[in-house]
Design a protein around this ligand. Structure first.
Ligand SMILES: *[C@@H]1O[C@H](CO)[C@@H](O)[C@H](O)[C@H]1NC(C)=O
Ligand SMILES: [Ca+2]
Ligand SMILES: [Ca+2]
Ligand SMILES: [Ca+2]
Length: 148
């Protein structure tokens, strides 16, 4: 399933040609999965909940190896994209995701800085991120020109 920030994509997770467009629809789908208590916003603890699924050894931290292992089991065709996402999450660059990284990422998504990530803010942030990293998950599709 599209597990949020590992976001990820359900049925076609193993397909060769994953197409996440339209990005605002993918971002909306991610929001629905992340907003576990259905209160219409992403609460800070919901970020923790999301990342817990990657913490294979349950030590409270997500290493790059744990994250990539999870990706390889669930969304292998998006591994380049996820490698870049890990770098975005890992704000202090120590290759381990922990509370400080989640705090930072939450603040990045909180466009108006009021301490709450609204549906609108989440979808806007992820739509832009999916566009920005398009070359890492949409490779090939723009090269499918008709044969001459
Ligand atoms: C996505 O963006 C398109 C074009 O702006 C818009 O028509 C559509 O309603 C949007 N969909 C969602 C789910 O926000
Ligand atoms: Ca761990
Ligand atoms: Ca870190
Ligand atoms: Ca906000």
């Amino acid at each position: 399933m599209l597990k949020f920030l590992l976001l990820l994509l359900p049925a076609f997770a193993f397909a060769q040609n994953v197409d996440l467009r339209p990005y605002n629809l993918t971002a909306t789908y991610m929001f629905i999965l992340v907003d576990k208590d259905l209160n219409g916003q992403v609460d800070r603890n919901e970020i923790d909940l999301n990342f817990q699924q990657y913490d294979a050894d349950h030590n409270g931290r997500v290493s790059r190896v744990e994250y990539i292992n999870y990706v390889n089991q669930h969304e292998p065709t998006l591994n380049l994209f996820h490698d870049a996402l890990f770098d975005i999450y890992d704000v202090d660059g120590d290759h381990i995701l922990y509370h400080n990284d989640y705090d930072n990422f939450y603040a990045l998504m909180d466009g108006d800085g009021n301490g709450i990530v609204s549906h609108f803010e989440f979808v806007r942030y992820w739509t832009i991120l999916l566009e920005t990293l398009e070359h890492l998950h949409n490779f090939g599709k723009s090269l499918q020109a008709p044969a001459q």
